[in-house]
Design a binder for this molecule. Structure first.
Ligand code: ATP
Ligand code: MG
Length: 357
């Protein structure tokens, strides 16, 4: 009798959603942790101003986008509001020396990296049982904007969007598929996949496309561009929260089940690019196809196995670090998750434990 399985399935999905909320809530940073991080930011800002008086130190990444787990690292960006500023590499070296002298941080300046940064870490202490890890970069205005974009998406439907993203972040760390240096995907990449899924795959959509909504008033190009990149998006969250009501009422549990199924079976890895701005587009249209002459394009072949378009830097593949082996692992994990959720263990809590084993 089909009605019996359907009823039990509905019960499972409902219980699964509740368990996801409960699971994620205990992984949020404590107010104490947030306060310590804000103190660290202020301290670092004060020190940097002894070198560059007109500078500001701003948070980006998970500490600022609403998708932070307990003990996540701090991403900081230094903006300098003056025309005569030092080169980033010189700043990195000077700041490295200063922090070494004046603070208890372990300091590692990387002045010659593609994006020069200072890496800092603080050993665990009673107030900070896991220490702090922090990167300081310079003038990375695009990262500040994409952080703001993710934050706006998080705020439109905090319960569903944040629960999904935070669960996936835990899941991909536990399953060891969250290391761009080892050929898998960054947290930023996973967040973009969730937003892409909620804006473009789900029908009716759970989220609006903030980059394609009409602006409330005319805007001039110089207000919308950073360099050649268009960074405009609809950011009036108060208005959105009152005006945008999604016709999609599926539970977090159902959305997550469908997310895994979609990336296990349906996403066109060979030809498709996931774009939160434009939906599913073709690799060809971006020159990202990976079947080019294997000798000449050895590098690009490896780079474009999995394609996720950056929301602003449209010529940048956020998943370019994903290798052939990395993609195989990733897809295997999507399939595994999908299988666990379709065989449906007796209890939802057991499913969550298995997913994150
Ligand atoms: P976590 O809690 O795991 O640190 P996170 O949200 O801070 O997650 P990261 O992957 O550390 O995510 O990225 C931090 C920020 O750096 C992103 O919000 C984004 O602005 C920028 N960023 C990271 N990776 C990329 C990338 N591949 N391309 C462009 N920007 C990136
Ligand atoms: Mg981070």
């Amino acid at each position: 009798e089909p009605s019996v399985p359907r009823a039990s399935r509905q019960r499972f999905v409902q219980e699964f959603s509740q368990c996801l909320f409960d699971f994620v809530i205990q992984l949020l940073p404590t107010t104490e942790e947030l306060a310590v991080k804000e103190d660290v930011r202020k301290l670092l800002e004060r020190l940097i101003r002894t070198i560059e008086p007109d500078s500001r130190l701003l948070s980006f990444g998970s500490t600022a986008n609403g998708f932070s787990l307990r003990n996540s690292d701090m991403d900081l960006c230094c903006l300098i509001d003056s025309d005569e500023r030092l080169a980033a590499s010189d700043l990195v070296t000077m700041l490295g020396d200063l922090l070494e002298r004046e603070t208890k941080f372990h300091v590692k300046p990387l002045p010659h990296a593609r994006i020069p940064i200072v890496k800092l870490s603080l050993d665990p202490s009673p107030g900070l049982p896991l220490g702090i890890a922090c990167d300081i970069g310079f003038e990375n205005r695009l990262a500040l904007e994409n952080t703001r974009l993710l934050y706006c998406y998080a705020m439109i439907d905090p319960t569903r969007v944040r629960t999904m993203v935070l669960f996936l972040k835990v899941w991909c760390k536990r399953r060891k598929i969250n290391s761009p240096y080892k050929g898998t995907l960054s947290s930023y990449g996973y967040v973009l996949l969730v937003i892409y899924f909620l804006v473009h795959v789900k029908n009716p959509p759970v989220l609006p496309n903030l980059q394609q909504m009409p602006p409330l008033r005319p805007i001039s190009p110089e207000d919308t561009h950073i360099g050649s990149y268009n960074t405009w998006f609809f950011d009036d969250i108060d208005l959105l929260r009152t005006r945008w009501a999604s016709a999609n009422t599926e539970s977090v549990g159902q959305l997550l089940i469908d997310f895994f199924k979609y990336f296990a079976r349906d996403f066109l890895y060979n030809t498709g690019v996931a774009s939160i701005r434009a939906g599913l587009i073709k690799k060809e249209s971006k020159g990202w196809q990976n079947d080019l002459d294997p000798v000449r394009y050895k590098d690009s072949r490896e780079r474009n196995r999995f394609c996720i378009e950056d929301p602003f830097e449209a010529d940048f593949n956020v998943a370019r670090c994903v290798t052939k082996d990395g993609l195989y692992l990733l897809r295997g994990e999507f399939m595994r998750a999908s299988r666990i959720l379709s065989t449906r263990p007796e209890r939802a809590i057991v499913a969550i434990a298995q997913l994150c084993e």
